[in-house]
Every structure is written in structure tokens, then in C-alpha cells.
Design a protein. Structure first.
Length: 261
């Protein structure tokens, strides 16, 4: 099997029972450290719910990601620009970011936008200053295609995924393989991210499981300090930004009454 990231030969490292019934082979690429499953024929079944039932961390994670995203945007990017949450799920992050005052839009080909309706990203909005995509890279069936689609909208991509520990763990030793829900099919190592950054001539910064690929050079010590003290950093951001919660409601009310005329 060829590696979906670097096209080198990938070797079978183990098999694992997915969705409690399918014996699935996993392949490791020694060139870029990427792990992929065999062709994932079980995805329709795995996605009967777009967000898997075992994902109890969905709210807690979105709140944390929104804080870290706001720090990066406020201190290192143009806080007034357009942003896109790619593979944005139910729209939770988009809504949280708009509540903080960042002009965020949502895009997802599979999930239903529940809480950020009215803020779907349209191509004619132009390029985004930065794209966020949290807990989606491990779901990508064709990660390179998704990554290049994101790059066509912005050269700054902030995303999260748990990196493969070293040495590569067996299925029973790493919960992130997630065979019980079958939605995780692409796994990245630090080497994979370095490969992607080099290929696209981008700088790579990682804070725990959050990664930024960007054309910009950031002061990593400052970034780490701001993220470590994220409650204090967020306090200054709240003071410096104007929430869009109320403005958005007015906007949607106006567009609705216009549509009803
Ligand atoms: Zn590879």
C-alpha cells in the first residue's frame, strides 16, 4: 500500500478489530511516519452519527481550542480578518469564536451545522487569514487532498490531532486508534508534520496536540507562555475584542425578515 502523504511504500504493522466486527490492517510509512488503515469501507456505518457517541470531550475540547485559537489570532494574526473552521462539525467552535468577536465561518461536507447557522463559508468571501480544523485530520480519508484544499483557502492552518507516540503503540495501548467507533483512519507522527511543512515551505509550531502550519515566523516562547496562562491571556482578548453574539442575532433577524417580505 502506498502512503497517502508521501507516496512511499507503507508496510502492514498490525490488524485490529474495527466496529467490533471488521478485521482491519494498519500500515506504517517509514519515510514520513504516517499510519493509515486499509481502504476504509466501513465509514458509512461509522458515521451514522457524525460525532461519535463515545466523544464525551466535545464541549470541553471546543472551549479549550477556542481559547488557544483566540490567543494565536489576537497576538499573532489580524484579529479583524475572516477565519474558517474547516470540517467544523456542529458549528460549536465557529459560534464560540464569533462570541469572542472573531469573524469565523463554518464548512463541513459531512456534519450538520447546528449552532453556527447563517455563517457557512462561501467561496466569494475570499481567502481566510487562517483555517482551524480541530480533531479532523485523523478522520480524513484523503488527507493530502483535504490539506491542499485548505491551503487553497489559507496558508495558515491551525489544527489538532494526537501524534503517534514513539515507539508505535499496539492497538490496545493507544486509545486514539478508536477502533470501537471506526472514524479514525489517519495518524500522524512529528515526522509527518515536518514532512508536510517542508513540502509546502511552511513553519511548524506544536503546543501539545495543537499544531500550526504557517507562512509566519512566531515567537514560540511567547506563544507557549500565552497558551500556558490562557485564562489571563483570554481576559485581555475579551477586553480588546467586541463580541458578535448580539450583532449576529440582529443580522440573522434582518435577513429573515427580508426573506419573508
Ligand atoms: Zn509517507
Amino acid at each position: 500500500m502506498l502512503c497517502k502523504i508521501c507516496n512511499s511504500a507503507a508496510r502492514n504493522i498490525f490488524s485490529c478489530k474495527v466496529l467490533n466486527k471488521y478485521i482491519v490492517s494498519y500500515y506504517l510509512c517509514d519515510t514520513c511516519g504516517f499510519i493509515q488503515t486499509e481502504e476504509p469501507y466501513w465509514l458509512d456505518e461509522a458515521y451514522r452519527d457524525a460525532i461519535n457517541i463515545c466523544d464525551t470531550g466535545v464541549m470541553r475540547r471546543n472551549i479549550y481550542f477556542s481559547k488557544i485559537t483566540s490567543i494565536i489570532l489576537y497576538y499573532f494574526f489580524d484579529g479583524k480578518a475572516i477565519y474558517l473552521d474547516y470540517a467544523g462539525g456542529y458549528g460549536i467552535l465557529t459560534r464560540l469564536m464569533r462570541d469572542m468577536g472573531f469573524n469565523f465561518y463554518w464548512k463541513d461536507l459531512y456534519a450538520q451545522n447546528l449552532v453556527a447557522r447563517g455563517f457557512e463559508y462561501q467561496k466569494d468571501y475570499g481567502d481566510a487569514e487562517l483555517i482551524t480544523s480541530f480533531e479532523s485530520f485523523e478522520h480524513f480519508k484523503d488527507p493530502l487532498q483535504e490539506f491542499e484544499m485548505m491551503l487553497s483557502i489559507s496558508k495558515n492552518i491551525l489544527f489538532s490531532t494526537n501524534l503517534i507516540p514513539y515507539p508505535v503503540p499496539e492497538p490496545k495501548d493507544w486509545w486514539y486508534y478508536g477502533p470501537e467507533h471506526g472514524q479514525h483512519i489517519s495518524f500522524y507522527s512529528p515526522k509527518t508534520l515536518r514532512f508536510l511543512s517542508k513540502k509546502h515551505d511552511l513553519n511548524l509550531y506544536s503546543i501539545n496536540n495543537i499544531h500550526l502550519l504557517t507562512t509566519r515566523r512566531l515567537n514560540i516562547l511567547l506563544l507557549r507562555a500565552l497558551c500556558k496562562c490562557n485564562n489571563i491571556s483570554s481576559y485581555f482578548i475579551r477586553r480588546g475584542m467586541n463580541s458578535l453574539t448580539f450583532k449576529d442575532m440582529e443580522l440573522l433577524r434582518r435577513s429573515r425578515s427580508f426573506a419573508e417580505k
